[in-house]
Design a binder for this molecule. Structure first.
Ligand code: UGA
Length: 428
């Protein structure tokens, strides 16, 4: 029979997406969280994460009786054939992944796991964690499988249901096949491998993406010095099928809850086995430099000094389509601007509430009012459609620093504004 009884521990964007999508594939899913209020909200069909399609899937699952929410992992796993661990693995001391949440779930469930069930690590964990979880479980009858997720925030449901690949690793072939079978309906290429290889796929993929972006940001800087246009350069590169057009957009540096954490963690993972990884450390350093470069552009636009200058920030989230501020390059830039004495007003369509040092306002026009420089930091589509002549009337000085090359320079110019991009346009 295809349908399985599944427990998902952790209802963050990975856990909730996994649970709701597996339910939509016909499985019977119980999701657990330690946050009692959140569990109550989810039972009532309220999804607080900004993730297109997720709320609909959760409500469909609840209505069909295939999706349930409970408090605490122990209650969720009692009847499960497969238990997914989807708890956070934040950056801990020295850049290594902090596994406290994984360990505490294992301690909670180890004696109540049904005989012969499979535990699946979905969280990004250092290579060797499946073996470590196995050792903590002390249950010879419960294999531990690594099944990394490749979900992007903002498109998590689409990514889950249309995966480029499924990766399942276990030192017990039969357990890996049982987990792979859960996704059979998706018809995706499946890599069945050992646990260590599956764990490394996730880091290797995320770090490669980070490297691609750092490379592009460096090429953008070079374009500025050589008078080339990075948009044309990356378009020309991207037609090469070995390179591809995606992940070639320069910006204020890459951020979010995954790439920064995973690049640092892989440096640690490599260091632990005596492997020096200069390519990866340069990827991280280039990203730090990119943020500084953006600040120097804004400083230049402000006339050489930031003290007392009013900067209007368009975008605060780490990318468009999300309300997530974790490791947001926009906030890193804001922090550097603040350190030089700038006064910041910011607007982000997804972000409400407080951001340290930034006066957060309710619309883009309020953010740019009286600004000495407008800085676009997140590529929300609505910023393209702003009434730029109104912006031109509101600002004190007409300079717009577009750190994502997101806006139409001609449209801005027609309204009397000066557009500065990254790796293209007038040298600045
Ligand atoms: C990333 C990976 O893309 C997912 O495959 C992975 O599953 C996920 O991490 C994870 O480990 O869970 P995510 O962090 O949601 O997904 O965000 P991305 O879309 O990868 O963007 C990362 C950063 O790169 C953002 O700051 C974004 O603005 C930036 N970026 C992305 C660019 O500057 N240029 C681009 O062309 C693409």
């Amino acid at each position: 029979m295809f349908a399985r009884r599944i427990a998902v521990v952790g209802t963050g964007y990975v856990g909730l997406t996994t649970g709701a999508c597996l339910a939509s594939l016909g499985h019977r899913v119980v999701c657990a969280d330690v946050d009692v209020a959140k569990v109550h909200r989810l039972r009532a069909g309220h999804v607080s994460i900004l993730e297109p399609g997720l709320s609909e899937l959760v409500n469909e699952g609840l209505a069909a009786g295939r999706l349930e929410f409970v408090v605490g992992a122990a209650q969720a796993v009692v009847d499960a054939e497969v238990v997914f661990l989807c708890v956070p693995t934040p950056m801990g001391a020295g850049g290594a992944a902090d596994l406290a949440a994984v360990e505490s779930v294992i301690a909670e469930v180890r004696t109540v796991l049904p005989v012969g069930c499979v535990v699946v690590n979905k969280s990004t964990v250092p290579v060797g964690t499946a073996a470590r979880v196995s050792a903590l479980l002390k249950r010879k009858d419960v294999p531990v499988v690594s099944n990394p997720e490749f979900l992007r925030e903002g498109t998590a449901v689409r990514d889950f249901l249309n995966p480029d690949r499924i990766v399942v690793g276990c030192d017990t072939q039969d357990a890996a096949e049982r987990v792979a079978a859960l996704y059979a309906r998706l018809g995706a290429p499946t890599v069945l491998t050992d646990a260590a290889s599956a764990e490394l796929v996730k880091y290797a993929a995320n770090c490669f993406l980070a490297m691609k972006l750092s490379y592009v940001n460096a090429i953008a800087e070079l374009c500025e010095r050589l008078g080339a246009d990075v948009a044309d350069v990356t378009e020309g590169m991207g037609y090469d099928r070995r390179i591809g057009q995606s992940f070639l957009q320069p910006g204020p540096g890459w951020g979010g809850s995954c790439l920064p954490k995973d690049t640092h963690a892989l440096v640690q993972v490599a260091g632990a086995v005596g492997f020096d990884f200069p390519l990866l450390t340069a990827t991280i350093d280039t990203n730090t430099r990119q943020r500084e470069r953006v600040v120097s552009k804004i400083r230049h636009a402000a006339g050489g000094r930031l003290r007392g200058k009013r900067i209007g920030l368009l975008g605060l989230a780490f990318k468009a389509g999300t309300d997530d501020l974790r490791d947001s390059p926009a906030l890193a830039v804001a922090e550097l601007l603040l350190a030089e004495g700038a006064e910041l007003t910011g607007y982000d369509p997804g972000v409400r509430g407080e951001v340290p040092g930034v006066r957060v306002v309710d619309d883009a026009y309020a953010a740019v009012k009286g600004a000495d420089v407008v800085a676009l930091l997140t590529e929300w589509p609505e910023f393209r459609c702003l009434d730029w002549s109104r912006v031109a009337e509101l600002v004190d000085s007409p300079l717009v620093v577009d750190t994502r090359n997101h806006l139409d320079p001609d449209a801005l110019q027609r309204c009397g504004l000066t557009w500065w991009g990254v790796g293209r346009g007038p040298a600045n």
